[in-house]
Write a protein that binds this ligand. Structure first.
Ligand code: SIN
Length: 509
């Protein structure tokens, strides 16, 4: 009998190396140049492909199918067929398969992390962190799966019994971003599968390889054909693919992580078929430092929430609001901490900040900082590209004298730029923080317990970090309010998006 150790050995040792890349054998077995539909690895019907490049050096890693609307319809059909069987499986069966998938992700941790750094650019230590985080969603939902309970209500009439059961909604279209190429997929797919749904995943065009690698391991775990489908499309076809997923009557729900702008388009496109929507959209997180704060902890939290993934995170601190009396001290400590950041190739030891994902994101950061400077913002440190590290590197930056009219104050910077504005009173800080149409995350630092409760309740965001800059976990209910989205991912609530409540009334008893 195959030993447990053999079962869990990295795919590289079990399957042998299929193709050689410069990334190493543990990556080669996960590296795919085909999409995964109905349990088969296929190209686009047109035969077209697009290149996936490493943002560190623009080198081509591989090419993947450039799928269009017709290809996606086939994937939706496959997911719909698979749903007819998958919906009837037991929770125990689905839980066991999810656990196998999780074990394979753990066994292939290093290969997945290296592949992620190669296509996304984040430092290997962060990719490893994302892998632990991403895999934890599969583990979590393998456990939650068996706790999808119904209810029996107290009937007002003796001759009736009223029951509610939770059933899977059906096929889910998932559109995922490039900033967390693994975790944003696992927290959707694992929840959907646990609930009994099937899915069609469309990863971001910048980072499709981590998604395909998850497909490799899902197949190896024995998840039946058609239950997980991963399709790849270039920027040119992304909009039409999204439209098919939103408009198809065979797709019951859409789960999207990305910008508010695209979220609104998907929301509109889904109206005709009244889809279930899970939208995790942009944020504009305020990070408030009160004069009662422990400033060392506040700096630590700011570093964690601002410089994770070079600031390319929806929950990244975007506006740092500091009480006037402590601003000089806070900036001094923050600058000292930022001096320790090392920019470079994420594959190298000691690197703590990689490149920005692509030219258009990079240009956006440059333009926002330029605009802020033009309007009177002052640069304490950074404020320009870091060309010696590579074409897409931006220096860790602190800007002061930031005002509400600047676009980097009103919109997500998605880069390593700390913009600082001062305030005088708690009321003023709250008014500034809440003056935004989005409400994903916010953070504040205070050693005053009354202030902690007061401010936490008044902040208009779906998530609040109180003396904490790292809030994400599979156990946590992740999601926003206002234009930051709909629904929650992770926690037991992460299953809500994928289940319908059916009310059954038994009469004449
Ligand atoms: C995101 O940036 O969209 C997700 C970040 C997280 O899960 O912590």
């Amino acid at each position: 009998m195959e030993s447990m150790l053999t079962k869990l050995a990295p795919a590289a040792t079990r399957l042998g190396v299929r193709r050689m890349s410069s990334l190493g054998p543990e990556v080669d077995v996960l590296l795919k140049d085909k999409a995964y539909v109905n349990g088969a690895w296929i190209g686009a019907a047109s035969g077209k492909t697009f290149q996936v490049t490493n943002p560190m050096n623009s080198q081509v890693i591989t090419s993947v199918p450039d799928m269009n609307a017709a290809d996606v319809s086939l994937a939706v059909d496959a997911a719909n067929d698979a749903f007819q069987t998958w919906r009837g499986t037991t929770a125990k069966y689905r839980s066991d398969l999810l656990r196998k998938w999780f074990n394979l992700c753990v066994a292939n941790h290093e290969g997945l992390a290296k592949l992620l750094t190669a296509e996304q650019g984040k430092p290997l230590a962060e990719s490893r962190g994302e892998l632990v985080y991403g895999s934890s969603y599969i583990e979590w939902f393998s456990e939650e799966c068996r706790r999808i309970y119904g209810e029996v209500a107290q009937s007002p009439v003796a001759s009736k019994e009223m029951m509610f059961i939770r059933q899977p909604i059906g096929v889910v279209g998932m559109i995922t971003p490039w900033n967390f190429p693994n975790a944003m997929i696992t927290r959707k797919v694992a929840a959907a599968l646990a609930a009994g749904c099937t899915c069609v995943v469309k990863p971001a065009e910048d980072t499709p390889l981590s998604a395909l690698a998850l497909g490799v391991l899902a197949e190896e775990a024995g998840i039946p054909a058609g239950v997980v489908n991963v399709i790849t499309s270039s920027r040119q076809h992304t909009a039409e693919v999204g439209k098919v997923l939103c408009e198809s009557p065979k797709v019951a729900g859409i789960s999207f992580t990305g910008s508010t702008k695209v979220g609104k388009i998907l929301y509109r496109q889904s109206a005709n078929t009244i889809k279930r929507l899970g939208l995790e959209l942009g944020g504009n997180a305020a990070f408030i430092v009160f004069d009662s704060a422990n400033l060392d902890l506040a700096v630590q939290g700011c570093m964690a929430s601002k410089f994770r993934n070079a600031g390319q995170t929806c929950v990244s601190t975007n506006r740092v609001l500091v009480q006037e009396s402590v601003v000089e001290e806070f900036i001094g400590k923050l600058k000292a901490a930022m001096d320790n950041l090392v920019l470079g190739d994420g594959m190298k030891d000691g690197v703590s900040q990689g490149p920005i994902i692509n030219k258009s994101q990079f240009d956006k950061i440059c333009e926002m900082v330029q605009e802020a400077r033009g309007q009177g913002a002052e640069i304490v440190v950074g404020g320009e590209p870091h060309k010696s590290a590579g074409e897409l590197f931006y220096k860790p930056t602190i800007l002061t004298n930031v005002t509400e009219s600047m676009s980097l104050y009103r919109e997500e910077i998605f880069g390593p730029v700390v913009s600082i504005k001062t305030f005088k009173t708690e009321e003023e800080a709250l008014a500034l923080a809440n003056d935004s149409r989005v409400g994903l995350a916010s953070y504040f630092y205070s050693e005053n317990i009354s202030q902690c409760f007061r401010v936490a309740k008044k902040l208009e965001t779906g998530m609040v970090g109180i003396n904490e800059g790292a809030i994400s976990a599979a156990e946590a209910a992740f999601g926003g309010i206002k234009e930051s989205g709909l629904g929650r991912e992770g926690s037991s609530h992460g299953l809500d998006e994928y289940t319908n409540i059916k009310y059954m009334c038994f009469g004449n008893l």
